[in-house]
Design a protein around this ligand. Sequence first.
Ligand SMILES: [Zn+2]
Ligand SMILES: [Zn+2]
Length: 339
Amino acid sequence: MEKMKAAVFEAVGKLSIKEVAVPRLWREDQILVKVEACSICGTDVHITADPPGYEAIPGTILGHEFVGKVVQKGDAVKELEVGDRIVVNPNDYCGICTYCRKNLPNLCEHIEPLGIEFDGAFAEYCLVSQNVAHKISEKVSCEVAACAEPLACAINGINKVAMKPGESVVIIGCGPIGLMLGMLAKASGISNLFLLEAAHYRIEFAKKLDLGQVIDVTKQNAQEEIEKVTGIGADYVFDVTGSQIINAVKLVRKGGEVVLFGVNKKSVSPVAQCEITTKEITVHGTWLANATFPMAVKVLEEAVIPMDKLVTDVIGLDELHDGIEKLRRGEAVKVIVRL
Ligand SMILES: [Zn+2]
Ligand SMILES: [Zn+2]
């Protein structure tokens, strides 16, 4: 049996790089992908923490943000050929549950998260179903193409509101997703972007991107800074931290919209419901990617946003631990593993 190198989540706090068997097609709708690059996600950092901040199944190969080439395909695969370059929606859906039939595959009742509960792409090869593979041009670098999945999630978040030119946006949290949302908002024609962050490295990194006004929430009063410019608060506030709904509701203008992106299962916030009512605020939740992969692919192929600027580190699979620890220390933005 053919072997490959892979990063296997073995137990709490234990991720091993080891030899495993190359996966074999076992359904006609599957494709075998030779992985080119796989990006480390914040979720991988949470999975490998002790105690873990996100649950994965022991024995699973991690890695869910990736690009690769089709090297083998099942007989039922019609839209893809061997040699095609693809990015993958790592949340495979059944297509037949009530949510899938309501065109909400991101909320599928039988979702199969690759790289968390099913083998992912911190490996030389990865098995996926044709449902979740999207072709991408060779002209996109593998480092940038590996960011298609978080971008598709960010686009799902942006799609919750209808931004218009000249409007203002606040992003709370300047990690990769926050910065992607900021770039997408800028590309949508908004006039004022405020990026809120508390961590020193991320503040300095966001300033260098020159997307908008970076506010250090440990030193500055965000509400004052935002109202100085907008007079009434922001049209849209995105919370990417999973814990800032109170501030989001405070910073948005009357009639504005709040989008809640981040997930922090430990965070419970007492929100004054009357503030939402009397300010006529709309609050949206957004989860994973829903039919937004085609848009993410186009955004990358046409370089609508400068995604390459978010890639701070490119490493080999053997350096995966170092990459994860660097992210845990908050000293990197997008770390890409080249296979
Ligand atoms: Zn991710
Ligand atoms: Zn389903």
